[in-house]
Ligand binder design. Structure first.
Ligand SMILES: Cc1ncc(COP(=O)(O)O)c(C=O)c1O
Length: 381
């Protein structure tokens, strides 16, 4: 296949899904996969076949989840800016809940539901003001972020929500950010959630669902040492710490489900000896994988042989030299890694940019009129 392309290790995806669904089942936690991480139909079909639900943030994602076979009742629709036509699609499809992020949105959903003779199921997304200690672009749970309702504002909406003929309250939702690697952050979230739950319960509002969002981080530095994230610890922590009192716990993992099974495969176009640096100019760019340019993210990069995209070409350390691995796009931020020690590189060498299965292909653009990278799946070879 023409480089650059995304390569997905479907055996690893299968094992990841098996571990995740097993721990979720043992702990009676519902899993809604966050489609925003990767929405390729091949991947969605595998996820749907495991009986998982879907966390969607657009009408397009709802349609993709339905097409892959996700049960409508297991689809939740989040996002701060839902358009009327997306709300109507969700109502007509019979989704499980709208995750509502503002009063204005709640009243709009109510009006559309009433006009169409429907009752809209609602979770209120609360902003718990817990710092995810992650990159500022992927932190969502602080008061300064655009997401969620302040707890007081949510409480003020409750009498209306409970009495409405076109709305049905199902529970509360929280999501504080992504790529969270510290257990202490999730512990802080649990304590805050318990505090907010008791506020609601004291006034007589007992949620049927407590949705804890996504956010579990993955090991970008050494993907092979942790190819499947520690779902057991992640899920058991919620089960042990959240005072559920009969409410069903939900999680919405995205990155942790699909990141490690994907690599972006690229070929070296040119080696350029600069005054102070050696550049390996590759045919992939920030248009294929924007995370390094957007979030200062680091992905492991390995020299690979074309007969197996998952195995490094040279596992035994040989003479190494530093390269800046850069793409062809006319932006200084089009850099995958700086001063990366690699074996001697030459034109035509294949590199695998690891852990690219999440927030990779879905964030691609055609800037510079570049074509979108295609996908290759290990079980299709
Ligand atoms: C509401 C919500 N749920 C779930 C996710 C998935 O997060 P992650 O991929 O970090 O698991 C996100 C990501 O931004 C989100 O905004």
């Amino acid at each position: 296949m023409k480089t650059p392309f995304y390569y997905y290790d479907m055996a690893l995806l299968d094992s990841t899904l098996a571990v995740l669904t097993e721990h979720a089942k043992q702990n009676d936690v519902a899993v809604h996969y966050a489609l925003k991480a990767n929405n390729h139909p091949r991947i969605l079909q595998k996820i749907a076949a495991r009986g998982m639900g879907a966390d969607c943030v657009s009408g397009g994602e709802i349609a993709a989840a339905l097409a892959a076979g996700v049960a409508p009742a297991s689809i939740f629709f989040a996002g701060v800016g839902k358009r009327d036509e997306e709300i109507l699609l969700a109502l007509q499809s019979g989704i499980g809940a709208f995750v509502v992020e503002s009063a204005a949105e709640l009243f709009n959903i109510e009006q559309l539901a009433r006009a169409n003779g429907c009752i809209a199921p609602v979770l209120l997304r609360l902003n718990p003001e817990v710092d995810a200690h992650t990159h500022s672009h992927i932190t969502t749970g602080l008061a300064e972020n655009k997401f969620g309702l302040a707890p007081d504002d949510a409480l003020a909406l409750m009498p209306h929500l409970i009495q409405s003929d076109a709305l049905s309250w199902r529970g509360l939702h929280f999501h504080i950010g992504s790529q969270i690697r510290e257990a202490a952050v999730f512990e802080a979230l649990c304590h805050k959630v318990n505090h907010l739950l008791s506020l609601f319960r004291t006034i007589g509002y007992s949620p049927e669902i407590v949705d804890l969002g996504g956010g579990l981080g993955i090991n970008y530095a050494e993907p092979q040492s942790e190819s499947i994230p520690n779902f057991a610890a992640y899920i058991q922590r919620f089960r042990m710490l959240i005072e559920a009192n009969g409410a069903r716990l939900h999680i919405e993992p995205g990155r942790s489900v699909v990141a490690q099974c994907g690599s972006l495969i690229t070929q070296v176009l040119y080696i350029k000896e600069g005054k102070t640096k050696t550049f390996a100019i590759v045919d992939a760019s920030m248009t294929d994988l924007v995370r390094p340019a957007l979030y200062e993210a680091h992905h492991q990069i390995q020299l690979v042989r074309p007969d197996n995209w998952t195995i490094p070409a040279s596992p035994v350390p040989i003479a190494m030299r530093p390269y800046d691995i850069v793409g062809p796009v006319c932006e200084s931020s089009d850099v995958f890694e700086r001063d990366l020690l690699m074996p001697e590189l030459k034109r035509g060498d294949y590199l695998a940019i690891r852990s690219a299965g999440a927030y990779g292909a879905v964030m691609a653009s055609s800037y510079n009129m570049r074509p979108l990278a295609e996908s290759l799946f290990s079980d299709e070879r």
